[in-house]
Ligand binder design. Structure first.
Ligand code: SAM
Length: 416
């Protein structure tokens, strides 16, 4: 017996099926209308758990722990890049020969079959593979480093989180050395935190650094907001006014925990005419890998111990304080407050979560910080509270990316 479905639903499903067969038919139109694209994506994502049977839901959720590790294997065997660079489909044997390793062909075919089921590659015929849009998106240097970072640096901590939380009766300690990461990796006394652990693992550190430099590629940034640049420029004029050496000798921007200097370089490029020095601060072993141009200086700093640059126009943290629980963040911010002049500006470039309705990325990031560092992503109320506890006052919060609430919090020393 044929069941007749309501016509509009049937035609909506047919439209989606046509899209799957030939996405290019509408993707170019959708890419020029980002709101529409996001609406469609969100609708599809929300519909999946509504449509699944319990068995289908279990099959999807219970096995998705394999997705990231197998993407890691695809990167090890250079599958994604080899397919991306090939003008025609490749066989399993071709991919084995181009992998730079000597994988067993039957094993490789099983891996490729799984990758195709995730749309990371496409199976165009029996034993014939070609690149997919999704696979190409993951094959760039930064994205590949992100996959390696998540698997090699974070995965053990994430898997250990349930046992860690049970052990602590769901009251995780705020100390830096008692984390799910430490429990998973059995670190020694000298390796208190993830950052200490990286010191003796150069490849893990490299993946982390490359990922840090690239994970926001394509997103709007704080530099897109002229009011933030105007505030820095104005602070620079005020802190250098009447000082020996004037603007030439002043410090315009200090990037604290700035890794290998991506934001210092971006700032310099964005405001080339602003005089003064830009300072990159991070741990000694991190800044050793920073290649910087004239006008940017590097200073090795442990920000838990102090802030050596005094009276700069602006002090900037990006994605740093999310790594530290409140007691440690108070220490880090306290050192900066002591170094600030009355007109210095503190810039915190971070997620500012809403009190309800957080984006999935924000919640994922928050729990990753819990697993790795006993730290967290903070709400606006939490940020204001934290800053006021160390004598800093929020002047404004400038949101620059709507979905995930990326923002720059601008603060000054509170009046005593
Ligand atoms: C999540 S990363 C953010 C890096 C950079 N701000 C960015 O947004 O790409 C945190 C940075 O803090 C640095 N860091 C960790 N502990 C530190 C410490 N005690 N003193 C100075 N820097 C530290 C790390 O080396 C790393 O570069």
């Amino acid at each position: 017996m044929t069941i007749h479905k309501p016509a509009p639903l049937d035609s909506a499903v047919s439209l989606l099926e046509r899209l799957v067969i030939d996405p290019s038919a509408i993707t170019s139109e959708l890419r020029s209308d980002d709101q529409l694209r996001k609406r469609l994506l969100s609708a599809i994502q929300k519909l999946v758990p509504e449509l699944e049977t319990p068995v289908e839901a279990c099959q999807r959720v219970l096995y998705n722990a394999l997705e990231l590790p197998m993407a890691r294997v695809a990167i090890d065997l250079n599958v994604l890049n080899n397919l991306k660079e090939s003008p025609s489909p490749l066989t399993t044997e071709d991919l084995a020969n181009k992998s730079g390793k000597s994988p067993n062909h039957k094993l490789l075919a099983r891996i490729l079959r799984y990758l195709a089921s995730l749309s990371l590659i496409r199976e165009v015929d029996t034993d014939m593979w070609t690149a997919s849009r999704f696979g190409n998106d993951l094959s760039g240097r930064g994205q590949s480093a992100g996959v390696c970072h998540m698997v090699d640096n974070c995965f053990a901590a994430m898997i250990t989180l349930p046992a860690f939380l049970r052990r602590h009766e769901y009251n995780p300690p705020e100390t830096e050395d008692d984390t799910a990461f430490a429990q998973a990796n059995r670190v020694g006394a000298e390796e208190k935190t993830f950052f200490d652990w990286l010191k003796t693992r150069p490849q893990n550190a490299k993946d982390f650094n490359v990922f840090m430099g690239s994970h926001r590629t394509g997103m709007r940034t704080w530099l897109d907001r002229p009011e933030v640049i105007d505030e820095i420029t104005s602070s620079f004029k005020k802190v250098t006014a009447g000082k020996e050496g004037g603007e030439e000798k002043g410090v315009s921007f200090v990037d604290i925990g700035g890794n290998i200097g991506h934001q210092c370089k971006a700032f310099k490029q964005h405001v080339p005419d602003l005089k003064g020095t830009i300072v990159l601060e991070d741990l000694e072993e991190v800044i050793a890998n920073a290649e910087l141009e004239d006008g940017i200086e590097k200073v090795a700093v442990n920000f838990l111990e102090g802030q050596p640059v005094k009276g700069a126009a602006s002090y900037y943290f990006r994605s740093v304080l999310r790594n530290w629980s409140d007691p440690y963040s108070r220490i880090i911010l306290g050192h900066v407050r002591d170094a600030m002049a009355e007109d210095s500006l503190l810039l915190i470039d971070e997620l500012v979560l809403p009190d309800r309705g957080a984006h999935r990325y924000e919640t994922q990031l928050d729990l990753t910080m819990l697993a790795m560092l006993n730290a967290e992503a903070r709400t606006e109320t939490h940020w204001k509270q934290l800053l006021s506890e160390v004598g800093l006052e929020v002047k404004s919060i400038v949101y620059y990316e709507d979905d995930a609430r990326e923002a720059v919090i601008m603060a000054k020393k509170a009046a005593i």
